[in-house]
Design a protein. Sequence first.
Length: 51
Amino acid sequence: MQPAHPTSPIQIQYILKNRATSRCLDDSGAGLRSWECNEMDFQYWYGVYAS
């Protein structure tokens, strides 16, 4: 018996935070940068798992 696999990709949401600076990766209108974490949409990153 094989394990079940999803029929559609699973989307995973991340906030990428630098441990040394406590700043988050941000991609706002100013471009890609390290910025204070504020949990705005610009700081959410997505990974997709597809089998």
